[in-house]
Write a protein that binds this ligand. Structure first.
Ligand SMILES: [Zn+2]
Length: 284
């Protein structure tokens, strides 16, 4: 079911006696398994939620035999034929030799393709860093490159020698958390490239500092509301209103159409009503 068979090189009991180096050249010693495990762990961390990973060699545990690892990897491959694999290592050689290299089975076109993708990502991540030879090594039967793990693992499989721990400058680099994490990123990116998955490392969102202090935004001014003060009623209107109320009360007008002109007929009716009202007043 796993997509990436993520092999962490060796178990912790491999150094001592071998797979490591004591302090030399002013640089601390290093157990290869600690480097391999750190890279493999970072690959796992980065691929969480993107690709399923499986490692037959757990970090900081006793060495699992290659035969057992191969059997487990092939069982994974049987359940998912789209699986690929990587085994992480530190290289050993003459103290003057250094650089990055990837091994693939010589007849495996997919293995070679995967190796090329890992190398390309390494060059992108570490431009100008030493590459061992061309950086690509076919594993050929009957030669020193005939690696058991690469030969017997059914999935397209690469063995990555990230650098030479026997070179003091390279070991100084390999001892850093930064290099280990970046190697993990190279492998995780290559795996994502293989499957066409976009690799996005989640990083804390930090707002970039503006170079120029932005001008303070213009304050949004509310349109001034007119103070609600009753407009003074002109004197003529006061008198007009008083008279119309009175006229209506007295029955001179019916209160309708107060602003319209009065016809001669209506004026006559009003005059008659006024006359009657005056008479009524006089009688009482
Ligand atoms: Zn190794």
């Amino acid at each position: 079911m796993a997509k990436l068979l993520n092999d962490k090189g060796h178990g912790f009991n491999t150094y001592p006696p071998s797979k490591g180096i004591a302090a030399a050249g002013g640089v601390s010693g290093m157990a290869e398994h600690s480097f391999n495990a750190a890279v493999g762990d970072e690959v796992e961390r980065l691929l969480k939620g993107k690709l399923t990973t499986y490692g037959a060699q757990p970090s900081n545990r006793a060495d699992v035999s290659l035969a057992t690892r191969i059997a487990n990897y092939n069982a994974q491959y049987q359940s998912d034929h789209t699986s690929i694999g990587m085994s992480h290592h530190g290289n050993a050689g003459a103290s003057s030799v250094r650089g990055f290299g990837v091994f693939y089975w010589h007849t495996s076109a997919n293995g070679k393709k995967l190796a090329q993708m890992v190398l390309a990502e390494y060059k992108k991540e570490f431009p100008g860093y030493p590459i061992w030879g061309t950086g690509l090594f076919p594993c050929v039967p009957g030669t020193w490159t005939d690696f058991y793990l690469v030969r017997e693992t059914a999935a397209p499989f690469v063995l990555i020698e990230w650098e030479f721990f026997t070179n003091h400058a390279a070991r100084k680099l390999m001892l850093t958390v930064d290099y280990r994490k970046r190697c993990g990123r190279v492998a995780a990116k290559a795996a994502c490239n293989w499957y066409g998955i976009k690799f996005e490392e989640s990083q804390p969102v930090v707002a970039p500092k503006p170079v120029v202090k932005p001008a303070a935004p213009k304050p949004v001014t509310k349109p001034k509301e007119e103070p609600k003060v009753d407009k003074p009623i002109p004197a003529w209107k006061v008198e007009y209103n008083r008279q119309s109320v009175l006229a209506k009360k007295l029955g001179f007008t019916d209160g309708t159409r107060p602003t319209e002109n009065t016809s001669r007929e209506e004026s006559g009716v009003i005059a008659a009503r006024v006359f009657e009202a005056v008479l009524k007043e006089l009688k009482e």
